[in-house]
Design a protein around this ligand. Structure first.
Ligand code: C2E
Ligand code: MG
Ligand code: MG
Length: 549
């Protein structure tokens, strides 16, 4: 690149050459003037114009001497002022050049910043994180020491985004970014890989345990509630750790393995965890599970178990919730938490739900025929709730099995409703118009507003078991349970408590006026025939002395 000094001297030279041309022209005019003046002076003194008269005039006329000096003076003055002008002009050019150059640099910097940074949080993006990993990798390899990468994903971010809106989801991501950045050292790189996934690169660690300490610190930083739109949010995350060289020799492998570790941590709900080779086997297992699930739905590999919903007033079974299980040929009886999320991700939730509706209604018809006149509750996923064909499906199977629609309760989670409220409300209204009841499942774990709940055709709330199980020990949980019961009754809804595991909880719920309960205390999910047998026995619980209201 040409230096500023070189620009100055080149421009100076150019300008001086131009000025010099004009100076030579001036010099010629001056010499012509001297010649004319000398000739005239010679003529006046000797009456002739020739060389002798001109030499004589030059020797004797003092005024001509002064005139002779003029060209030299002008030449020197011209040279001097031209160099001054040239210098001034080039300084101006130089200033403008460096200004232009600074401007170009700023544009270049902005473009490269945008290409390497996330616009929402201002953190390095995936490209820059990889670049920093490459640098960390080469110095770690040279010095023969470890470095670590952590991949962090927020838990249930989709629900927050769906219920509070994308604007508030973005605000949360910004706050999370700030907290993560504040919890690590300046030499560490915090980046956003996309969505709710962040990466933390620790270029200098002395042992893999250091990375675990940082992971703990990050989780701790998320512990204080976030304030979004006047709502206090508890946000948790799952962190996967991969350490060089133990878990991979190149940056791609390390990143991919940190990701595998993060997914495993999310499933195990352990907060953070390091990669280990058996996790790869798990992710392969998940892939092959999807194929097997598709087959099992078609070939009858699923089973429905029923958990009694018991009236706290009479102690009698007042309904039963259908809970699906998968009788896997190798892994044995698998629970919904292990395959419903998989079904939702792979689109298998549609055939699975169809299967559950068909068999749930068939079993309900069966126990009614056996004299157990209670209804069935069916769980409906978010994706199914917005399917405009769902009411038609129910109509078909209600007809086939001759089940009274008023015996059917559909359990929907708050997040399922809030994922696409308008479409969900349309489908809910149609199902409700057919005579079926709606229930809000796992109440308290979502973020739906009470105002919204009031507009829904809902006749039941189920308090999530996480509040019920600890309500006798934890005052906060007790307050939530009491408030939810009052809220449900104020909205003319019946209230079900999930996860009742002992008599003391049963008694307390009775005192609070709760209507129905489900849980280990009155029976975990069981086969259809066992449910009928239970119902035929004397009430498992004595008739409650706590009358409603
Ligand atoms: P859920 O609808 O909230 O069902 C209640 C879960 O709590 C059931 O777990 C039940 O076995 C468990 N539970 C009941 N009482 C107690 C208790 O006293 N203590 C403890 N620790 N647990 C208790 P399960 O059967 O594993 O089902 C888990 C979730 O899977 C269900 O939560 C529901 O969201 C989903 N699910 C189950 N069946 C279906 C289905 O057919 N379709 C869809 N979409 N989801 C389903
Ligand atoms: Mg349920
Ligand atoms: Mg529930």
């Amino acid at each position: 690149m040409i230096s500023d000094n070189e620009i100055v001297s080149a421009s100076k030279h150019l300008l001086m050459t131009k000025v010099s041309k004009h100076a030579i022209f001036g010099l010629l005019i001056a010499l012509t003037c001297i010649l004319v003046a000398t000739s005239l002076a010679g003529f006046f003194e000797s009456g002739r114009i020739n060389l002798d008269s001109m030499v004589y005039a030059q020797k004797t006329n003092f005024a001509l001497w002064v005139l002779d000096l003029m060209p030299f003076l002008f030449a020197m003055w011209g040279q001097y002022s031209s160099s001054l002008m040239a210098k001034e002009a080039t300084v101006v050019i130089m200033d403008q050049t460096s200004e232009l150059r600074a401007h170009a640099d700023a544009i270049e910097y902005k473009a490269s910043y945008q290409a390497t940074h996330d616009t929402l949080t201002g953190l390095p993006n995936r490209i820059l994180v990889f670049d920093r990993m490459l640098q960390a990798h080469s110095s770690a390899r040279r010095d023969d020491r470890p470095f670590a990468v952590l991949v962090m994903d927020l838990d249930h971010f989709k629900e927050i985004n769906d219920t509070l809106g994308h604007y508030n989801g973005d605000r949360l991501l910004k706050q999370v970014a700030t907290r993560i950045k504040d919890s690590v050292r300046d030499i560490d790189t915090v980046g956003r890989l996309g969505g709710d996934e962040f990466a933390v690169l620790l270029p200098t660690i002395s042992a893999p345990e250091d990375a675990e300490e940082v992971a703990k610190k990050l989780l701790k930083a998320l512990e204080p509630q976030f304030q979004i739109h006047g709502i206090n949010l508890d946000v948790t995350a799952s962190i996967g750790i991969a350490v060089y060289p133990e878990h991979g020799d190149d940056v791609d492998t390390l990143m991919q393995r940190a990701d595998v570790a993060m997914y495993a941590t999310k499933n195990a709900r352990t907060g953070y965890g390091q990669y280990c080779p058996s996790l790869d086997a798990n992710s392969k297992r998940r892939l092959s599970l999807a194929g097997e699930l598709r087959q099992s739905i078609e070939t009858g590999g699923l089973v429905l178990h029923y958990q009694p919903k018991v009236s706290l007033r009479t102690g009698r079974i007042a309904g039963a919730e259908a809970l699906v299980r998968w009788q896997h040929p190798e892994h044995g009886l698998m629970f919904p938490d292990e395959f419903i999320p998989l079904a939702e991700r792979t689109g298998l939730i549609r055939p699975l739900t169809l299967w559950v509706i068909e068999h749930g209604l068939e079993d309900c018809a069966y126990w009614n025929a056996q004299g157990l006149n209670v209804g069935v509750s069916l769980n409906i996923s978010a994706r199914e709730l917005i399917d405009p064909q769902l009411p038609g499906t129910f109509e078909k199977f209600l007809n086939i099995h001759a089940v009274d629609p008023s015996l059917v309760v559909l359990e929907l989670t708050e997040s399922a409703i809030m994922a696409d409220p308008q479409r969900a409300l349309d489908v809910m209204n149609r199902l409700n118009a057919m005579g079926m009841k709606m229930s809000v499942d796992d109440f308290g774990t979502g973020y739906s507003s009470l105002a919204y709940l009031k507009q829904l055709p809902v006749s039941e709330i189920k308090i999530d078991k996480s509040f019920v199980m600890d309500m006798l020990q934890d005052e906060n949980d007790a307050v939530i349970v009491r408030a939810t019961i009052d809220l449900g009754h104020n909205l003319s809804m019946s209230v079900v408590a999930e996860g009742v595991q002992d008599r003391a909880t049963w008694d307390q719920l009775g005192r609070l006026g709760c209507d129905l309960m489900q849980g280990q205390f009155t029976g975990m999910p069981m086969e259809c025939n066992e449910l009928i047998e239970r119902a035929n026995q004397e009430p498992a619980q004595p008739t409650s002395v706590y009358a409603k209201g």
